[in-house]
Design a protein. Structure first.
Length: 146
């Protein structure tokens, strides 16, 4: 919404008192009226995406790990600056998540190899004459470790 345009409209607008009492009537050019309605609709649309300082503080208070960002809001920085920090932090988190996912995948692969090796060891143990005795010892040793 342009301040200059609003000032122009104010200058061109006529306010008069009606002959039907103390009702003030405003005379405005039709294209100005359309522009004002458009601006009001834009404001309504933008309100869907707005957040007040108090609402932002409430969100930040709900997450104890964002104290620095809360202080940033307290210091009267713009919402744009706050979102810039959030986006930057999201980038760091995405990188950390990528590293975590990679490590998790590596551990899954390692775990799969260990299971395969344990299956081979189990087959070897089960093929010997005293397999039941060996299995009992293994199970007992596992109970002690837990």
């Amino acid at each position: 919404m342009s301040k200059e345009r609003l000032e122009e409209i104010k200058k061109r607008t006529l306010i008069s008192t009606s002959t039907f009492g103390d009702i003030e009537v405003i005379h405005i050019e039709y294209h100005d009226y359309d522009w004002l309605i458009e601006q009001a609709e834009r404001v309504q649309e933008l309100k869907r995406f707005s957040i007040s300082k108090d609402e932002l503080k409430e969100v930040l208070n709900s997450n104890e790990n964002i104290g620095e960002l809360y202080q940033f809001v307290e210091d009267e920085h713009s919402i744009r600056d706050v979102f810039a920090i959030i986006v930057k932090e999201m980038g760091y988190l995405a990188g950390a998540l990528g590293e975590y996912s990679e490590s998790y995948f590596d551990l899954e692969q390692q775990n799969k190899r260990y299971r395969e090796e344990l299956d081979v060891i189990g087959e070897v143990i089960n093929s010997v004459d005293n397999a039941d005795e060996i299995n009992d010892r293994i199970l007992k040793s596992m109970e002690v470790d837990e």
